[in-house]
Design a binder for this molecule. Structure first.
Ligand SMILES: Nc1ncnc2c1ncn2[C@@H]1O[C@H](COP(=O)(O)OP(=O)(O)OP(=O)(O)O)[C@@H](O)[C@H]1O
Ligand SMILES: [Mg+2]
Length: 282
């Protein structure tokens, strides 16, 4: 559904995307994970035909992004910062504009606002919405015309955990209904929870790509088992037969409160590959 082959993008003499390469098949969630300035939004703009690029191939729905037909464009939903929300209009009127552009019947507006949890805010002006409600409105706009591909640029940035969870559910429901989803985030937990495939982007280069679980297993160099004892003591043992006797004795004497094997998370993998943290140094 979405393909990039060796895509390069520069602004002036500054290269911000270098040799981007991946493909996404139907019904999958692909996450582009990278710190601020990595090039995530730039890539979304390229894939949605908003920005040109110098080298390589980018296609969506089997057609080059530079030549998408109106019909194909109508099959794409986009949610990005500052994209398509008119502050002075109500939620309903905001969506009416897009319903008319996409030839969607107006009765779909109500059901879409309900789907994103804005049923009681239909008549509120966009400028009066909270950040979470505004994000929901942007999602409604991306979902309104039932596109088969949806691009979401940091769909949960700055939201509280509950709102984040409900947005995750909406994204997973869309996947369930057959949509292909491309999202960007610098939240590694979000990427691990939602994505079939993640690409780690650093300074315009994909440094690793794969399923989040496999990626964490691949970088699990220091295989250990972590134990928390009832006495309060923490222990870390090698994940091998050399630890079997000790663990057996601890289990037998009922000393263990919790036990789990250690695996790096995406944050640790990113740090190992780039020497940088995903979410800055704070
Ligand atoms: N129109 C532009 N002109 C010049 N430079 C740009 C332009 N758009 C983006 N850039 C630069 O390209 C780089 C990548 O920007 P981009 O917005 O794609 O990053 P990002 O990964 O989306 O970051 P964030 O997480 O902060 O949204 C940045 O260094 C940015 O300054
Ligand atoms: Mg961005």
């Amino acid at each position: 559904m979405i393909q990039c082959e060796n895509v390069y993008k520069s602004f002036g003499d500054r290269t911000v995307l270098s040799g981007i390469h991946f493909s996404i098949s139907k019904g999958k969630i692909f996450g582009l994970l990278g710190p601020s300035g990595a090039g995530k939004t730039t890539l979304i703009k390229i894939l949605t035909g908003q920005l040109s690029f110098e080298k390589g191939k980018a296609s969506v729905l089997n057609n080059s992004v530079q030549n998408l037909t109106d019909e194909e464009k109508k099959n794409i939903g986009i949610m990005m910062d500052q994209f398509g929300v008119y502050d002075r209009l109500s939620c309903t009127d905001n969506l009416k504009i897009f319903a008319d552009i996409y030839s969607v019947a107006h009765n779909v507006i109500q059901s879409t606002l309900e789907m994103v949890g804005l049923k009681n805010a239909m008549n509120m002006k966009a400028m009066d919405l909270s950040k979470g409600m505004r994000t929901r409105l942007q999602l409604a706009r991306a979902f309104l015309h039932s596109p088969s591909i949806i691009f979401l640029d940091e769909p949960t940035a700055g939201l509280d955990p509950l709102t984040m969870k409900s947005i995750h559910k909406m994204i997973l429901d869309k996947k369930e209904s057959g949509c292909t989803i491309f999202l960007t985030t610098h939240n590694m937990e979000e990427a691990a929870a939602l994505c079939d495939t993640v690409a780690l982007l650093n300074e315009g280069v994909i440094v690793e790509i794969g399923s989040p679980k496999e990626m964490c297993r691949k970088y699990n160099h220091h295989k250990t088992i972590k134990l928390h004892l009832i006495s309060g003591e923490d222990m870390e043992l090698m994940h091998g037969k050399e630890s079997a006797d000790e663990i057996y004795q601890l289990l037998k004497s009922e000393c263990i409160e919790t036990i789990h094997s250690s695996e790096p998370n995406l944050e640790t993998v990113f740090l190992e590959l780039t020497g940088r943290k995903l979410q800055g140094d704070v």
